[in-house]
Write a protein that binds this ligand. Structure first.
Ligand SMILES: Cc1cc2nc3c(=O)[nH]c(=O)nc-3n(C[C@H](O)[C@H](O)[C@H](O)COP(=O)(O)OP(=O)(O)OC[C@H]3O[C@@H](n4cnc5c(N)ncnc54)[C@H](O)[C@@H]3O)c2cc1C
Length: 392
């Protein structure tokens, strides 16, 4: 019997394996693909994700970075509106996900985790002493199991959770950047807020004259076919060529219902539904949830019940609280076209600043929420303020 089996060697699984191995647990990482596996992604590593890796593990991600992005631009293409801001620390680092994810797995195995790849897990059986994971390559018995098998995880359902219904459509493609467009896009991350409708388009340059273009239907209204029409309009407006290949994905923008851990089985990353609903970014919470799950398990290695409760509590106090606020902001921003345009046209500066603070990890959604509440409270007459403070 091993201490911990982790299903899925994406960033969430690899980081959990790294942490558990460093803390002395006997840990195996089971990945259905041969590595490096293919992962389509805009490749934007937000600084808030990067700094968790670099500070928690004294690990340098620099060799994996294709490009540091210091400038960000937000646009409303249909209104011909654009605003930009730069920071001295790069809020975004561009990585090639196949290489980056492989690097994290390598770091985990260097620290003592055991990798089985390819090893597809098909069933979870809790009838014996521990938890048995089985697939065509064999079986593994473990005291704790972390499910890090990504979006649309069938294993979470097998383990007793309901399927995550909060999935939104995303399209991803790589566009060759004509030389004359390089200056416009080459050193800046661009986020457009009116194409697609009720969502965003993220344009991120890689190091090789190519542009990753991802459309996220964050308002949850468009399907892949509608996003495809909007992608054509977007590329036409930007005078960029249509790519030969366009990939369709779904991203989970709400945590799965019913808690993130049960009797020694823990959900992390996309399997837990932790993509940020405001910006479609998933690596920060994937890494954050992996660290918390790994620490809860390492602190209670012989007591899955205590580890389960500890992980759930820590997530509620941190990532789940933050993502709930992001969800509220997303409901406002992507439900109302008028409000979105008004905020971005008239308050681009503060909007960009807040977005960059979040990307850098210098502020959380909880910090911003408290700041807004405080500002509103300060405007109220003292007696009313006391009443409202009590309610809050
Ligand atoms: C088009 C697109 C663009 C994105 N762009 C960004 C971005 O720029 N920045 C950002 O931060 N986030 C981005 N995201 C989100 C980000 O990719 C995810 O949040 C992140 O990959 C989650 O990591 P994970 O480890 O939870 O899951 P994954 O990276 O999906 O890893 C899951 C792993 O589990 C394995 N697996 C699955 N089933 C089994 C099984 N039964 N047995 C064994 N192994 C299994 C898979 O092969 C895979 O390796 C994007 C998502 C999409 C779809």
């Amino acid at each position: 019997m091993i201490d911990v089996a982790i299903v899925g060697a994406g960033p969430a699984g690899a980081v959990a394996a790294m942490r558990l191995a460093r803390r002395g647990a006997k840990v195996v990482l089971l990945e259905k693909e041969s590595l490096p596996r293919n992962k389509s992604c805009s490749g934007i590593l937000y600084h808030r994700a990067r700094r968790q890796l670099e500070s928690e593990f004294t690990l340098s991600v620099a060799p994996m970075v294709l490009k540091e992005i210091f400038s960000t631009r937000i646009t409303l293409l249909r209104d011909n509106h654009s605003a930009a801001a730069a920071r001295p620390v790069a809020p975004f680092s561009i990585v090639e996900r196949n290489r980056f994810d492989r690097f994290l797995v390598q770091t985990a195995t260097d620290n003592g985790a055991t990798l089985f790849s390819p090893f597809k897990v098909d069933t979870i059986d809790r009838s014996g002493k521990g938890i048995r994971l089985s697939g065509p390559s064999g079986h593994i018995d473990a005291t704790h199991v972390i499910l890090a098998d990504g979006a649309n995880s069938p294993l979470t359902e097998l383990a007793g959770w309901n399927p995550n219904s909060a999935m939104v459509a995303a399209l991803h493609c790589v566009v060759m950047l004509p030389y004359q467009s390089w200056q416009r896009f080459g050193d800046v991350a661009t986020i457009n807020f009116d194409l697609p409708d009720n969502g965003i388009a993220v344009l991120s340059p890689t190091g090789y004259n190519t542009l990753n273009v991802t459309l996220f239907a964050l308002g949850g209204r468009q399907n892949h076919r509608q996003l495809q029409t909007m992608l054509s309009e977007l590329l036409k407006q930007l005078e960029l060529p249509m790519p030969a290949q366009i990939e369709q994905h779904s991203i989970p923008v709400s945590p799965v219902k019913g808690g993130l851990a049960r009797d020694g089985i823990y959900l992390i990353g996309d399997a837990a539904g932790l993509v940020d609903p405001l910006i479609g970014e998933g690596l920060s919470a994937a890494i954050g949830s992996a660290l918390l799950a790994a620490d809860s398990i390492a602190d209670h290695l012989q007591d899955p019940g205590a580890a389960t409760a500890d992980y759930q509590q820590k997530m509620e106090q941190s990532w789940l609280a933050d993502l709930a606020l992001s969800k509220r902001a997303a409901s406002l921003l992507y439900a109302s076209d008028t409000l979105r345009r008004w905020i971005i046209r008239n308050h681009s500066g503060p909007f960009l600043n807040v977005s960059l603070d979040i990307a850098l990890g210098t502020k959380t959604y909880r910090d911003l929420h408290s700041w807004i509440i405080q500002r509103v409270l300060n405007k109220l007459p003292a007696p009313l303020r006391m009443v409202v403070e009590k309610v809050l």
